[in-house]
Design a protein around this ligand. Structure first.
Ligand code: HEM
Ligand code: HEM
Length: 170
């Protein structure tokens, strides 16, 4: 079996992203605290641990793209989380903003109360924009989560495959 690097990276990124979103929004204010049953301490630990993994994944992706550029490899990686255009570029930019503001909040030395408030503001509102985009993304691509429908698609149509399964789903 040939498992693609971009596919593996996408799903690790998606899991870590979900952990960051759940723990992050739970901390964003009392109105979302119910997400973690108001256990902000656990949410904070989960958020910081997932954030460290998130930074490592993003760095690996950047180094991989640099390596590909050096090898003149221009092949489009459909599952890759960063890229030069479209949703890949959007994810790249929002991830960098969340990392920079996240580090500022985490370290918070020398930025003062105003700097801290600004970093928290940007971190929270970029998270809302990123969450809306992820919901849209999952809506557009959710056919890949339906293996049963895919199998049905193969049964009823000799050609089968992902494209046919997607067509069957409308
Ligand atoms: C249940 C959740 C998810 C599903 C079902 C899903 C599905 C997919 C699929 C099928 C692709 C391949 C696109 C193609 O072949 O055209 C893809 C690519 C991609 N996914 Fe996800 N994804 C999920 C979660 C996420 C999350 C949380 C992120 C993080 C922001 C993300 C970011 C991306 C990016 C940047 C790409 C490459 C750009 C693109 O081709 O659209 N995905 N996803
Ligand atoms: C998908 C990525 C991320 C999302 C959706 C996200 C979301 C959030 C949200 C909504 C908050 C609450 C903000 C507030 O209270 O106003 C938060 C807090 C925080 N985030 Fe993130 N974040 C992400 C990535 C990161 C990264 C990469 C880092 C660090 C490098 C980070 C570090 C922090 C820190 C230190 C806090 C404050 C925690 C506390 O109050 O003790 N986040 N995040």
């Amino acid at each position: 079996m040939n498992i693609r690097f971009d596919f593996v990276m996408h799903w690790i990124f998606a899991i870590v992203w979900a952990l960051l979103a759940i723990s992050g929004f739970a901390m964003a204010g009392a109105k979302y605290g119910w997400i973690v049953n108001f256990d902000y301490v656990t949410a904070d630990y989960v958020h910081r641990l997932a954030a460290a993994i998130f930074v490592v994944i993003t760095l690996i992706s950047i180094f991989y793209e640099i390596y590909r550029a050096m090898k003149n490899d221009t092949k489009y990686l459909a599952w890759f989380i960063i890229g030069k255009s479209g949703y890949q570029l959007f994810t790249f930019v929002t991830s960098l903003i969340l990392i920079v503001t996240g580090i500022l909040i985490w370290v918070h030395e020398g930025i003062g109360m105003a700097g801290m408030g600004f970093a928290l503001f940007i971190h929270e509102y970029v998270s809302y924009i990123a969450l809306a985009s992820v919901i849209w993304h999952i809506y557009k691509k959710c056919h890949v989560l339906l293996p049963l429908k895919k199998a049905e698609g193969k049964k009823t149509n000799k050609q089968g495959g992902k494209a046919d399964a997607a067509k069957d789903l409308g």
